[in-house]
Design a binder for this molecule. Structure first.
Ligand SMILES: Cc1cc2nc3c(=O)[nH]c(=O)nc-3n(C[C@H](O)[C@H](O)[C@H](O)COP(=O)(O)O)c2cc1C
Length: 175
């Protein structure tokens, strides 16, 4: 029975939603698919999964340390498993930055780790000004102003290409 572990690193929950959609896409009779926060991966026997997927969002230019810690701890195992990594960020709303080869955060990630997942992907994330605290809202508005994005503080936009998420789920199942 194929076992797939999907791990997420999120702050506002959007990456978890993407991982949940991948879980739905991989759910098939006979498949066991487990969704879990990367911080809680230790509560599972990671070695029991044939496929491991990690999704992580960007905040102020970085993936969180918990992602790098998990990879460092499980590197030898990850090398022997089918694996996928995707990053979620708002820069990827731009057509020329939404591919693994063109997204600066995915490229930086690949420079920072020796792990080479079989699949890498990039998804544009969600802009949700009302949800942010005051400082974060002002910071993101400033970044949006510089990069030509929406600055109205009531803006909520989901930039994620959900068809592309479904496509990644299909590719994960085919690994
Ligand atoms: C405080 C804050 C900082 C962010 N910093 C960046 C950034 O540096 N670059 C970027 O492309 N997106 C940035 N984003 C956008 C997030 O990556 C995007 O909203 C994503 O959907 C968040 O996913 P999560 O809910 O799983 O954490 C930032 C968002 C917030 C709220």
């Amino acid at each position: 029975m194929p076992r797939i572990l999907i791990l997420y690193s999120t702050v506002d929950g959007h990456t978890r939603r993407i991982c949940d959609r991948i879980r739905e896409g991989c759910a098939a009779p006979g498949n066991e698919v487990v969704l879990c926060a990367v911080d809680e991966a230790a509560s599972h026997d990671v070695a029991a999964f044939e496929t491991i997927v990690i999704g992580a969002s960007i905040r102020y230019g970085k993936h969180r340390q918990n992602v790098y810690d998990f990879i460092a701890r499980h590197r030898p195992l990850l090398e022997t498993r089918a694996s996928a990594f995707f990053t979620v960020n708002i820069v990827a709303r731009k057509a020329h930055k939404n591919r693994p080869e063109t997204n600066p955060y995915l490229q930086k990630f690949l420079r920072q780790t020796a792990w080479r997942p079989r699949l890498v992907e990039v998804f544009a994330g969600k802009l949700d000004y009302p949800k942010y605290g005051w400082i974060d809202r002002q910071m993101i508005r400033l970044i949006m102003k510089i990069t030509g994005g929406p600055t109205d503080p009531s803006t909520v936009i989901d930039y994620t290409d959900w068809a592309a998420v479904d496509d990644l789920a299909r590719r994960v199942c085919a690994l």
